[in-house]
Design a protein around this ligand. Structure first.
Ligand code: ZN
Length: 476
C-alpha cells in the first residue's frame, strides 16, 4: 500500500480545488478539539460492555443494546428508527475435550484441552462424545494430500499458526487473513475427507490459553462438530504426536434456535441543503459471546454515538444528512448491513459516503478510504487538519470495513479511521475483549477523526467519484 499524501498536495495546490470554505475548515478544527476533550464516547462504551455485557445476535443483551442506543440518540433529539433484521440465535452449551491416549500418560489420568465451539456450527457430538485419534494438518493442501485412511474416522486439527510478529509489525489484518481460512473452510474440507470432528488452532495472537472463536461455514453441508482450541493446546498435541499416537475425547453441544427479529438502529441528523443525501457513520452492535466485545465492536458504535453527541452539542447542521447506524449481525455474516443495502437499493445513488469503525480503538493515525484513488486529493484539506492531532495519513484500502462491503459494491465511497491494530487480534473474539483494552485517550482520537471526516463529507461542495462495480451474488 502506498501513502497518497505526497503527490496529492501538489495536485490540490495546482488546481486550488477544495470542497470547504475557510469557515467550514475552522468548524472542523473546533470539532476536532472538542472531540479530544469529550468523554461521552467512553461512557457509552462502558455501558455497552460493563452494564449490558456480551451481545451475541438474538440474545437479550443484543436486544437491550438496540434499545439503549436508540434511547440515547433519541435523547439527543435525533430522528431514530429501527429496521428489522432476522438473526439466528445460537447458544453454546457443553464443551469438553481431553487427551485420553498419548505417550507417557499416567494410567488413570487424562489432560484437559481447552476448546470453544465455533459459532453457528450447531452440530453436537453424538451421545457420549467422540473418542478418536488426532491428525494434524497445516493447510487445506496438506489435508487433500493425505490418503483417505489417514483421515477417515479421525479428528482433524488445523494448526495454521497466526503470525504474531507480522501482526505486531503493523500487518495485523494480513496475518489474520492468512490464518482465518481454516476456521471458515476447514470443517467442510475435513468432513469431505471423512473426519469425525474438527479442531482449529485459535486465530489471532492471544496468549494465556485463550480461545479465539468466530463463525464457521455452516451453510456448507458438513455435519461434523467443530471447535477452536488454544495455541498452547495445539502445540501440546503436536509435541505429543511426535512421540506416538494421540487420542482425544470430545463432547460438544450447542443450540440453534429459531431466527428472531432484531434491528439496525438508525438515527438521522437531517441535512440542511440535501436532506435526501446520506453520509453513514457506523459500527456494529453485536459481539461474540465470550467477551464483552469492547474492541469488536462496541468501540465502533460508541465512536458513532460520540460523533452524534458532538454535532448536537456544537449545534452543527451539515448540508447532507448524517445517518448514524448501529449495525446488527455483523458477526454471523453482515446480516444487518446486507439487509440495509437490499432494502435501500433505490436510494444507493444518494448514499454519498459511509464510515465504519470496526478494528478496535487503537491510536488513530489517519483515514482509510475505499473507492476511486482521487478521493485522496479531494480529502487533502481535511487530512491537514487531522494531522494537527497526528492523524493525517490518507491511505487506500482495498476492501472496506465489513459492514460497508454491501454499500461499496453499490458504488458508495467507504471510509474508516486508520488505527494502530498491532494488538487488536490479541483480544479479538476472545474472553479478554473487555473495556480495559480500550484506552480512553485513544478512543477520543478516533472520535476526532470520525467526527471531522463525517462533517467534512456531509458539507463538501465537491461530488465524490464513484466506482461502478458488479454486485456479487451473495450481496444481491
Ligand atoms: Zn467486528
Amino acid at each position: 500500500m502506498m501513502l497518497m499524501s505526497g503527490p496529492i498536495l501538489t495536485l490540490a495546490a495546482q488546481t486550488g480545488a477544495t470542497g470547504w470554505s475557510p469557515s467550514t475548515l475552522e468548524t472542523l478544527r473546533q470539532l476536532q478539539s472538542a472531540a479530544l476533550r469529550d468523554n461521552y464516547g467512553y461512557e457509552r462504551l462502558a455501558h455497552l460492555t460493563d452494564n449490558i455485557g456480551t451481545r451475541p445476535v438474538g440474545s437479550l443483551q443484543a436486544a437491550a443494546a438496540v434499545n439503549y442506543v436508540a434511547a440515547e440518540l433519541r435523547s439527543l433529539g435525533f430522528e431514530v428508527h429501527l429496521e428489522k433484521v432476522q438473526v439466528p440465535r445460537w447458544v453454546r452449551a457443553e464443551e469438553r475435550c481431553e487427551l485420553v491416549e498419548y505417550f507417557g500418560r499416567v494410567p488413570g489420568t487424562t489432560q484437559k484441552i481447552v476448546v470453544a465451539t465455533l459459532g453457528g456450527s450447531g452440530v453436537a457430538t453424538p451421545g457420549g462424545g467422540i473418542t478418536a485419534e488426532v491428525v494434524v494438518v497445516n493447510s487445506l493442501a496438506d489435508l487433500a494430500a493425505l490418503p483417505h485412511e489417514k483421515v477417515a474416522g479421525k479428528i482433524v486439527l488445523f494448526n495454521k499458526r497466526f503470525d504474531r510478529s507480522m501482526a505486531h509489525s503493523g500487518f495485523a489484518f494480513e496475518a489474520y487473513d492468512q490464518a482465518v481460512e481454516f476456521r471458515t473452510a476447514g470443517r467442510a474440507a475435513a468432513a469431505k475427507a471423512g473426519a469425525v470432528a474438527v479442531l482449529v488452532r485459535s486465530v489471532g495472537g492471544a496468549e494465556f490459553r485463550l480461545v479465539h472463536v468466530g463463525e464457521t461455514d455452516y451453510e456448507n453441508a458438513a455435519h461434523i462438530p467443530s471447535a477452536a482450541t488454544t495455541a498452547e493446546d495445539a502445540d501440546l498435541i503436536v509435541r505429543l504426536l511426535s512421540q506416538g499416537p494421540v487420542r482425544l475425547h470430545l463432547e460438544l453441544s450447542s443450540d440453534m434456535h429459531e431466527e428472531v427479529d432484531s434491528y439496525n438502529v438508525i438515527a438521522d441528523l437531517k441535512g440542511s441543503d440535501h436532506p435526501g443525501q446520506f453520509v453513514i457513520v457506523s459500527g456494529h452492535l453485536d459481539s461474540w459471546d465470550l467477551g464483552t466485545g469492547a474492541t469488536d465492536d462496541a468501540a465502533g458504535v460508541s465512536i458513532a454515538m460520540a460523533t452524534a453527541h458532538l454535532l448536537h452539542e456544537q449545534n452543527l447542521r451539515p448540508s447532507r444528512t448524517i445517518r448514524f447506524v448501529a449495525w446488527m449481525g455483523e458477526e454471523p455474516g453482515l446480516l444487518g448491513a446486507r439487509a440495509y443495502a437490499k432494502e435501500h437499493t433505490p436510494e444507493m445513488p444518494s448514499h454519498f459516503a459511509a464510515i465504519e469503525t470496526d478494528s478496535g480503538a487503537g491510536h488513530a493515525m489517519g483515514v482509510y478510504f475505499t473507492g476511486d484513488p482521487s478521493l485522496a486529493a479531494l480529502l487533502q484539506p481535511v487530512a491537514e487538519i487531522l494531522q494537527e492531532s497526528g492523524a493525517g495519513i490518507l491511505q487506500d484500502l482495498k476492501e472496506p470495513s465489513p459492514d460497508l462491503i454491501p454499500l461499496h459494491f453499490r458504488g458508495v465511497p467507504a471510509f474508516a479511521p486508520l488505527q494502530d491494530t498491532r494488538k487488536y487480534f490479541d483480544y479479538h473474539h476472545t474472553a479478554a475483549d473487555t473495556l480495559d483494552k480500550v484506552d480512553p485517550r485513544e478512543l477520543r482520537e478516533n472520535i476526532a477523526v470520525v467526527a471531522v471526516l463525517a462533517y467534512a463529507l456531509a458539507t463538501t461542495k465537491q461530488e465524490l467519484p464513484r466506482q461502478q462495480l458488479a454486485v456479487p451474488d451473495w450481496l444481491k
